[in-house]
Ligand binder design. Sequence first.
Ligand SMILES: [Cu+2]
Length: 326
Amino acid sequence: MAIRENILNSVVARDKYIKGIKLLKNEFPGPTTQDLGIDGPTQRVSTYDLFVVWHHVAMTTFTPSTQSDRNAAHRGPVFLPWHRFMLLQLEMNLQRVLGNDTTFGLPYWDWAQDGELSLVRQRTAAIWASNCMGGSGTPVTTGPFVFDPANSKSWRVRLTASVNGQLIQVNRGLRRQLGTSTTNRLPTKTHTATALDQTTYDAAPWSVNSVGFRNLVEGWQNTLQIRPPGLHNRVHVFVGGDMLISTSPNDPVFYLNHCNVDRIWESWMRSPPTGHGRIYVPLQSESSNLKGHRLNDTLNSLLSGSTTPAEMLDVKQLYTYDSLNV
Ligand SMILES: [Cu+2]
């Protein structure tokens, strides 16, 4: 059984995560850029980079295709189960390359804890130390993900989205611009508490305009206490650089953010009276316009299978969190 721990509380989980994603970054299981329809030279795509492609494809697959807002993984109800599935797939791959270590759980970043700090300290918090995720810059020059053109195994961004939203091949260092202005700050514990208070999971129009838990956690909903970008979106914006676009899984911080988002969801789904139960909407009886977001629709996936949101509601057999105190 995997236990997902706070990355600042577990040196073991932190170091395994860094080691594992570097192994996945340098593992080339088969598909090429040509197979995936990416222009430029034909090169094998690493396991890690397949997740980058998968996320980009889901984000540029509109649901339904007649509009350009809700997509197969964001701006709609499926946001939470889709990313839970993605994290599970990454976690299984990490367990495999770590020597079939089924006890390994993805670590999470409790960003609301850092959100209580001053902006200066948010930018220099322990998560950005050289032995953790490394620092800020274009490219990043400290920590485990520094690009060295002379070392083919060093961390690099190989696929990114162009300004017109196409996947393009590059060979460069990871980019971050942490908290560049006084309004660009992390979410706070008050923000997470407000999300936990939501009684509905999601609601019509099932979009960035919905009122409910999903839209508050994703970060589009405007409330008196929280101005967009909220929670999840706010973290992407705070980190900046590669975290701002459809290829944001290029930054290993992506998974630490989403693991914390998943933890907040798990906390919300606890049994009453502390949580709201394992409920999900829209049900299958809702309009086919919502295809991809309903309870028993298949999740968009490049990697495997026909998993549905319903199958992502109770994953206690697969992993648990060290704490659901968000
Ligand atoms: Cu995403």
